[in-house]
Design a protein around this ligand. Structure first.
Ligand code: IPE
Ligand code: IPE
Ligand code: MG
Length: 247
């Protein structure tokens, strides 16, 4: 019998310590079915659950999901409201199960822009899952990579102005520690669904040496099997980090 994807992945070498996903293609998924865009987002929420379970099953310790960008605020107000309502529903509905699975949820982004309902739900899930040790889940909401870098620079500048920090002591590690992801390792693998070949302002600092996996699959169709396959493919890559190959 062919080994299952999960067996292959367990024997295939190093697992990525951190997987990030740009969850794209909900609108096209809905459009292809003659449905309104929010139905695609609703179906996308199912894929989120699927991929979290898959990450736990595979033993990936950190998963970062791009759920809503700062640029996405420019979508029609109806779509933005539907997305925020879905988000609020999702975190309420999944809270207990995520806690039981040992998932620690953190939400990163410019949360000031969000309304009080979804913001409260977010605070609640972060609090409820604080003890999770199996999987660290970063949900990027109202997030942009450049904004994250600017925030880090501003925070360092404030410390310098207050005499707390010598500019000569700012190195890459000091800078990275001010990003939302703080001391977490950079993603080893970045998956983007729906075939778009761009990073759309996602984790610009952190993806410096991340392996990219772009799949035509639309986000609502993405399954744990697709995650496993992406990881198996990742395990076959040779990462050089600017050096020369092993052979
Ligand atoms: C991704 O799907 C979800 C968000 C960006 C919030 P899209 O809504 O971007 O779907 P497409 O790209 O239009 O198909
Ligand atoms: C990126 O998808 C943002 C998220 C997946 C949340 P978009 O659909 O917003 O990206 P572009 O506009 O195609 O670059
Ligand atoms: Mg899109």
């Amino acid at each position: 019998m062919e080994p299952s994807a999960i067996e292959q992945l367990r024997s295939g070498g190093r697992l990525p310590g951190h997987v990030a996903i740009i969850m794209d293609g909900n609108g096209r998924w809905a459009g292809a079915r003659g449905l309104p865009r929010y139905r695609g987002h609703r179906a996308g929420a199912r894929a989120v659950r699927e991929v979290i379970e898959g990450a736990v099953e595979a033993g990936v310790p950190i998963l970062t999901l791009f759920a809503f960008s700062q640029e996405n605020w420019q979508r029609p107000p109806r779509e933005v409201s539907a997305l925020m309502a879905l988000l609020q529903q999702y975190v309420k509905k999944e809270r207990d199960e995520l806690r039981e699975q040992g998932v620690r949820v953190r939400i990163f982004g410019d949360l000031e822009r969000m309304e009080s309902g979804p913001r409260a739900a977010i605070a609640e899930i972060e609090e409820a899952t604080l003890g999770g040790r199996i999987l660290q889940l970063n949900l990027m909401i109202s997030y942009s990579g450049r904004m994250e870098i600017v925030r880090a620079a501003r925070s360092l500048a404030a410390d310098v102005a207050a005499g707390l920090l010598d500019p000569a002591h700012i190195d890459e590690a000091v800078f990275a520690a001010r990003l939302f992801t703080g001391s977490q390792p950079d993603p080893d693998l970045l998956i983007r669904t729906s075939g778009e070949q761009r990073v759309s302002n996602f984790m610009l600092w952190q993806v410096a040496y991340t392996e990219l996996h772009i799949t035509p699959t639309l986000w609502p169709d993405f399954t744990r099997q697709d995650l496993f396959e992406a990881i198996i493919e990742y395990q076959k890559r040779e990462r050089r980090f600017g050096r020369i190959g092993a052979t």
